[in-house]
Design a protein around this ligand. Structure first.
Ligand code: ZN
Length: 591
């Protein structure tokens, strides 16, 4: 109350005989309660009672004719604490962002869950469960497995290329989950120049570079809305390159350059490493002499202007095989530079074109360029009897834009019905994938988990309910670590058992083992789950909201007792499972 001096000055004319200690104290209390606070700036919650100070002053009658005041926490403090806890767990701006309005349901199954979630928020009865996982991209989108690009629909185990925006690098990883889910509708983004070619689901997490140069994710439905509403289109840019570094191959830089010439123009005698290269262009002859200097080679100058070079090649191959993907970044850079001496040309816009009738070589050259920061696309020229692949490396930005340039040509987004009725995704540690479609490489996010559970919690928070948020993967580790300290364990688990509203996010999701594989669900995990679920099952007034990537059948398989209790209490939805299965629990809705 640092305004006391000011206030006293106002009271200066009051004489002691007229001084009313109660009125004076009440004046101070009212003055405090009128003051505007700023806690809403941090958590987005607007409280008319305490005017965002979080405290309320109260008059105290000391009983002996004197008065004083005290401060109590406003009831919004609990709400604010819940919001901040959720924020620390990764749910930022819950009040602002996680509204039902922002969940645009484009498919019938999404509409059904959204409606159920809104009803539940209005009239909470029983529990609410959303399980399963939805996909991101169509069947023709490709992932990179370490040695080739493959259609995501044909995933057969093994590694995928993930992207880490903090270091702008891509690494191979074994995905935590492969998702193939039914889909009624996907959306295709295309640009006139063909720089973007993606087919995505509305709840896919679209990754883009902000105007400040940071990579961020947004649900694609949100991107579509902004793209439509803005005259210029969506401002975010799609990243198409990454840094990749293999273990390195056992060739010298010069040998690598020589192999670029061999792949382009070389031919081999039967079963021999002896290679012949015929070239006519002076610059190519010069380059051959440079690369072969110091080696054993012969040059035969012919009368028709050709020179024939004969030498032992470092590798007997005419294509960039799987072997080459082990190149380290420096070696990839050498290739990305050298290939244009041999099978390339530079156009008027200074773009480098690489030609090959061999798809594997074209794929590798595109990879070498993309992995060293140069945007490269692949096109096919079918005019000749054998298709010719053209890799075009741009000189400019590594990003492509959906927005229009000069008011024209904003990217087009069209609805497509997936041929196989499915959508696909991988879930990886970093949350970002390197994918390719129709020769266009792009960095993109994992599929987005539904934000409806969070929207329900938001409604509860705003109505003054105390919500405890439990991010399963983190909290279960904490609980298991203190399981032998009875007091500490009870204190923590009681918080989850007795919360008025408990939101368990990603139930039974496990962390990663040191070798990169997903950890198995243990007996310890099941015990923690059962203890919480069983307590709440026996106290039906407690509201429980659960999200999980697992379906109802998966949950029952992990633990019949826990799964059974969830399904008995919950209105349950499972995304992405086939519809014609026989479900043990009738109330569960499969979408
Ligand atoms: Zn308040």
């Amino acid at each position: 109350m640092d305004r006391l001096q000011e206030i006293l000055a106002k009271f200066g004319s009051v004489t002691t005989s007229e001084f009313d200690p109660k009125a004076w104290e009440q004046f101070k209390v009212d003055d405090w309660n009128k003051t505007i606070g700023h806690r809403n700036e941090e958590d987005g919650y607007n409280c008319p009672i305490c005017k965002n100070k979080g405290t309320i002053a109260k008059l105290l009658d000391n009983g002996n004719g004197t008065y004083s005041h005290c401060f109590t926490d406003c009831k919004c403090v609990e709400t604010r604490n819940s919001i901040m806890r959720m924020k620390r767990s990764g749910l930022k701006d819950i009040i602002k962002d996680y509204t039902f309005d922002k969940f645009i349901a484009s498919e019938n199954w999404q509409k059904a869950i959204k409606e159920a979630a809104m009803n539940y928020a209005k009239n909470p009865e029983g529990w609410f469960f959303i399980g399963g996982q939805s996909g991101c991209v169509d069947a023709d989108t490709e992932y990179f497995n370490g040695s080739q690009w493959k259609r995501i629909a044909e995933y057969d185990g093994g590694c995928v290329l993930q992207y880490d925006p903090t270091v702008e690098a891509a690494t191979l990883t074994s995905p935590k989950r492969y998702i193939a889910a039914p889909s009624e509708k996907l959306y295709k983004i295309s640009t006139i120049r063909g720089s973007i070619d993606q087919v995505l689901s509305a709840d896919h997490n679209f990754a883009y570079i902000t105007t400040k140069g940071h990579m961020q994710k947004k649900p694609f439905r949100e991107v579509m809305r902004m793209h439509k509403e803005n005259v210029q289109g969506f401002y975010g840019k799609v990243e198409t390159t990454f840094s990749y570094c293999g273990n390195g191959i056992d060739l010298t830089d010069n040998e690598i350059r020589l192999m670029c010439a061999v792949v382009a123009d070389g031919s081999f005698r039967k079963n021999l490493q002896l290679c012949t290269i015929n070239v006519k262009k002076e610059r190519k002859k010069e380059r051959m002499r440079e690369l072969l200097s110091g080696m054993d080679y012969k040059e035969y100058r012919k009368s028709n202007g050709y020179s024939t070079f004969r030498f032992y090649a470092p590798r007997r191959e005419k294509t960039f095989t799987e072997y080459w993907y082990a190149c380290n970044n420096h070696q990839l850079q050498i290739i990305a530079e050298e290939v244009f001496y041999w099978d390339g040309r530079i156009d008027s816009k200074n773009r480098h074109h690489f030609f090959s009738t061999d798809k594997a070589s074209a794929d590798f050259v595109q990879f070498a360029l993309s992995a060293t920061g140069r945007r490269a696309t692949i096109g096919v020229d079918n005019r000749k009897n054998k298709p010719c692949y053209v890799v075009i490396a741009s000189t400019g930005n590594s990003t492509v834009s959906m927005a229009s340039t000069g008011g024209k040509n904003k990217a087009e987004i069209t609805e497509v019905i997936p041929k196989d009725g499915k959508q696909y995704c991988f879930e990886v540690e970093t949350g970002y994938l390197v994918l390719r479609r129709n020769g266009r490489i792009f960095i993109t996010g994992n599929s987005g988990k539904t934000h409806l559970c969070t929207a329900i919690c938001r409604e509860f928070l705003l109505s003054g309910k105390k919500v405890i948020y439990m991010l399963w993967r983190d909290e279960v580790v904490r609980l298991k670590a203190i399981v032998n300290d009875a007091d500490e364990y009870r204190e923590l688990i009681d918080k989850y058992k007795t919360a008025d509203v408990l939101y368990i996010d990603d139930m039974f999701k496990t962390g990663k083992a040191p070798d990169g594989s997903a950890l198995k669900i243990t007996g310890g995990d099941v015990n923690v789950a059962f203890e919480i679920i069983n307590y709440r099952y026996n106290n039906p007034s407690l509201l429980t909201i659960i999200s999980s990537e697992l379906s109802e059948d998966d949950l029952l398989e992990i633990d019949e007792a826990t799964g059974g209790r969830i399904y008995e209490r919950a209105k349950a939805f499972t995304i992405g499972k086939s519809r014609d299965r026989n479900y043990r629990i009738k109330k569960a809705v499969t979408l």
